[in-house]
Every structure is written in structure tokens, then in C-alpha cells.
Write a protein that binds this ligand. Structure first.
Ligand SMILES: [Zn+2]
Ligand SMILES: [Zn+2]
Ligand SMILES: [Zn+2]
Length: 231
């Protein structure tokens, strides 16, 4: 990759000199840091990276340089859902797509010729000519998934078992419903009765709550042991 980077730097220099763009040396320094990182960076993250490398350019100058990098095909700016725009190095002739973790924001890259071919095939069936495409898959990364396994649905907790409410599945609607029931993230719940079907009764802060099984399934708790007298 080092030689490619070197070639790209030369291209960049030639292009920019030809276009009469100023402060080439400074822009080359920015390009150097950008190439070294090879990640999907927000503008702020990139500013920090520049500082870490001993540079202190004005944000506006950096922003304009990044825009130039995008314009000349050295970088791409992508906006993943729910995240600020990110810049990444564009390798000409290479294409990749992304897996985005909605929990920690981790971004993974993948390449699949089968997937690429299939997309063209589908487009062709519809008489559609593909110019470009973006494939973004949203979900949980393996680290976040591991964490979730440690969580348990409240509906599966045994009588006498205690847990800390960690997560509500099923989007903001579910959160709202839980709030109206009187449950919040971080609350400790203890299962009073759970017969495995129908309603279950839990205690939260010395209050008893009857929960429908449907909503109990969506409440993810971190197991927190059993009541002392039941051990
Ligand atoms: Zn693709
Ligand atoms: Zn994650
Ligand atoms: Zn990427």
C-alpha cells in the first residue's frame, strides 16, 4: 500500500499545481495523515488525528482540503444513518461495502463479488443500468452481540431472580411504554411470580408491577443474583 500512497501523493501534487491550488505543502501533510489512518473518520476525529501528528491547521482549511480530496477521488464522504459524516480513503479500482453497528458505531468493511454480481443481475431484470450503489447493513457487531448474550429477557427470569434493566428492545415506542409503566434503565427488578406464561409480577423499588409477557420479553436485564433468603 505504501507505494500506492506515494503514487497518489504525486498525482495529488500534480493535479493541485495544475489547478493553481495554494498551500500544497500543508495539504500534502494533511493527505499524509489521512492515508496513514485508513479508517472511517468524522471531521472531528480527523482533526484530533492531525493534532496527534503535531499539526495545528485551521478547521476550515482542513475541511476544504478534505472536500478537494473527495472531488479528485482520493477520499469519499459517507453518511451512515444516525452518525455524522465520515471520510475514508478511496482506493481507485477497489470497491467495498459496510456493516455498521448501531450500538457502538463500529464500521466494518466487506467485499463480495457474489453480492455485486447479484445487484447487477437484479438491476438488469428491471432494465436498470447501475451507475453506483451503496450497500449498508445495520445491526450489532460481534462485541456488542457478546454483551447482549450476557443480558437476559425478563420473561425468562425465574421467581426470586433479580436483574438490572439494561435495554428495551423494539425501538423508542417500547421505551415509552416502559416509562409509562414505571420502569427505567438501571432499575433493579426482582421477579415475584413468573409461571412461564401470562403476566408476571415484579418488584421495583418496593413497588409491585404486573407486566404482560409481551412487554417482559422486550425488557433485557443483566442478571444480578437471587434474593438472599432463596439461595
Ligand atoms: Zn458493493
Ligand atoms: Zn458494536
Ligand atoms: Zn469503508
Amino acid at each position: 500500500m505504501a507505494t500506492i500512497h506515494h503514487q497518489e501523493k504525486q498525482q495529488f501534487e500534480r493535479l493541485f499545481e495544475g489547478e493553481g491550488i495554494d498551500r500544497i505543502e500543508d495539504r500534502l501533510a494533511i493527505l499524509g495523515v489521512f492515508f496513514r489512518i485508513e479508517q472511517h473518520m468524522t471531521f472531528q476525529e480527523f482533526m484530533t488525528a492531525l493534532e496527534d501528528n503535531g499539526y495545528s491547521f485551521e478547521p476550515n482549511f482542513v475541511k476544504k482540503t478534505l472536500n478537494l480530496l473527495c472531488r479528485y477521488g482520493f477520499a469519499v464522504k459517507t453518511e451512515f444513518e444516525g452518525q455524522p459524516p465520515r471520510y475514508e480513503h478511496r482506493h481507485l479500482g477497489f470497491h467495498h461495502d459496510h456493516l455498521i453497528c448501531t450500538k457502538c458505531g463500529n464500521i466494518l468493511e466487506f467485499e463480495s463479488h457474489r453480492m455485486e454480481d447479484l445487484q447487477v443481475e437484479i438491476a438488469t431484470i428491471h432494465g436498470f443500468h447501475v451507475l453506483q450503489h451503496k450497500m449498508e447493513i445495520y445491526g450489532l457487531c460481534s462485541d456488542c452481540l457478546k454483551q447482549r448474550v450476557r443480558l437476559m429477557s425478563l420473561a425468562l427470569a425465574q421467581e426470586g431472580e433479580r436483574g438490572i434493566v439494561e435495554e428495551f428492545m423494539g425501538g423508542s415506542g417500547a421505551q415509552l411504554r416502559l416509562a409509562t409503566i414505571g420502569l427505567r434503565q438501571g432499575d433493579e427488578v426482582e421477579v415475584i411470580t413468573n409461571s412461564g406464561k401470562g403476566q408476571l409480577v415484579v418488584a421495583v423499588n418496593a413497588t409491585r408491577l404486573a407486566l404482560g409477557r409481551g412487554i417482559a420479553k422486550k425488557i433485557m436485564v443483566k442478571p444480578n443474583g437471587r434474593r438472599k433468603d432463596l439461595e
